[in-house]
Design a protein around this ligand. Structure first.
Ligand SMILES: [Zn+2]
Ligand SMILES: [Zn+2]
Length: 156
């Protein structure tokens, strides 16, 4: 077998249609993956926007932006989107509201029976535990261990 015959064999090998088909396969596969990723971006943007604003209109708007601009649209959306999920915002607002009512009501629990009592109660209405003294001068409710009334400066 001479050298030219050997080279011809190699050339013939690479001229076989399987190579052309492989290249077409790669190109079509690449385009297919590109389309899938593109649509995945659109879907992800729609879902993420809906979770953050609960507005279908803005979710559809951003999905369209990403559909047209793809990567660029996605970057714009990531910059402009609300920083928090709407559920987190609602939950945090509820928590703040709950804390506020707790603070406003000035309520606490009886150290003996755990019943809900107001801070200025002198005695627990449920178990009769003594909670505070009333000032001997002005009658304001004082903690049991206070030596002087903070309202009228009278020593107890
Ligand atoms: Zn009690
Ligand atoms: Zn007093």
């Amino acid at each position: 077998m001479d050298l030219f015959g050997y080279i011809n064999d190699i050339v013939a090998f690479f001229q076989r249609p399987i190579w052309r088909n492989l290249i077409y396969g790669f190109v079509y596969g690449f385009i297919f993956i590109l389309i899938v990723v593109w649509l995945a971006f659109v879907y992800w943007t729609y879902r993420d926007s809906k979770l953050r604003s609960e507005s279908v209109v803005s979710a559809v708007f951003w999905a369209l932006v990403v559909l047209v601009l793809n990567f660029l649209g996605l970057i714009i959306y990531l910059i402009l989107r609300p920083p928090e999920f709407i559920d987190d915002v609602i939950e945090r607002d509820l928590e703040i509201e709950r804390m506020q009512t707790l603070l406003d009501s000035k309520q606490s629990n009886c150290p003996a029976c755990r019943s809900l009592i107001k801070d200025d109660f002198l005695i627990c209405p449920y178990c009769r535990k003594k909670l505070r003294n009333s000032c001997i001068n002005c009658g304001k409710p004082l903690s049991l261990n206070w030596k002087v009334c903070p309202y009228c400066r009278t020593t107890q």
